[in-house]
Write a protein that binds this ligand. Sequence first.
Ligand SMILES: Nc1ncnc2c1ncn2[C@@H]1O[C@H](COP(=O)(O)OP(=O)(O)OP(=O)(O)O)[C@@H](O)[C@H]1O
Ligand SMILES: [Mg+2]
Length: 217
Amino acid sequence: MIEFQNASYAHNKGYGLNNLNMSIDEGEFTFLIGPTGSGKTTLMRLIYFDIIPDSGIVKINGFSSPGITQKKIAMARQSIGMVFQDYKLLKDRNLFDNVALPLHVLGFKSSEIPDRVDEALDLVGLEGKEGHYPYELSGGEQQRASLARAIIKEPDVLLADEPTGNLDPVSSFELVRLLETIHETGTTILMASHNYNLIKGRGRQILELKNGQLRIR
Ligand SMILES: Nc1ncnc2c1ncn2[C@@H]1O[C@H](COP(=O)(O)OP(=O)(O)OP(=O)(O)O)[C@@H](O)[C@H]1O
Ligand SMILES: [Mg+2]
């Protein structure tokens, strides 16, 4: 489902990822760990084709990075849900509209949208906050809003970049449990976290980034 072949990427100031090789099969739930600045977000952005490797290949769900066009990137993203570390909620839209956005992009009928938004907000525990703008939500609520927006289209692949970064320990644990529930419906999940305590002992593949290199733990 996701594959890196000798993929390298350097940011303009030089930091980046060096010659990564890995693969994640369809239906797997994989954790990505590594200290702050180790490149977890960079790796996630590569999978989302937000950035393209300088050399090597990144493949996801049948799409491959070399020479990929904007049109193909848009197609690839139809089946990828991304929870951004910095949420990327639209400031001038309320919670309902933020979460509904992917459905509009995919051309869902207006009549189908409210029920699906309700369902996604229920799952992440944000029911009743539909009318709140991002600045009227707490950090943890914005984070869960970002998760709701990522899962509403029932993507094949869910990329969750530090999705518990702003949650208390109990909520963090519950969020991982929620991801496990989503995984049980067949979704392939990659979750980045620097909180090893949260993810250890869950019987999942763990990828570890260190100094731009990747190893399987
Ligand atoms: N747009 C950018 N331009 C230049 N350097 C960048 C850019 N984004 C990230 N970096 C650098 O690349 C390295 C990896 O950053 P990245 O955000 O991928 O780390 P991370 O593992 O996600 O960290 P965190 O746990 O803090 O989220 C860091 O040294 C960072 O300073
Ligand atoms: Mg990061």
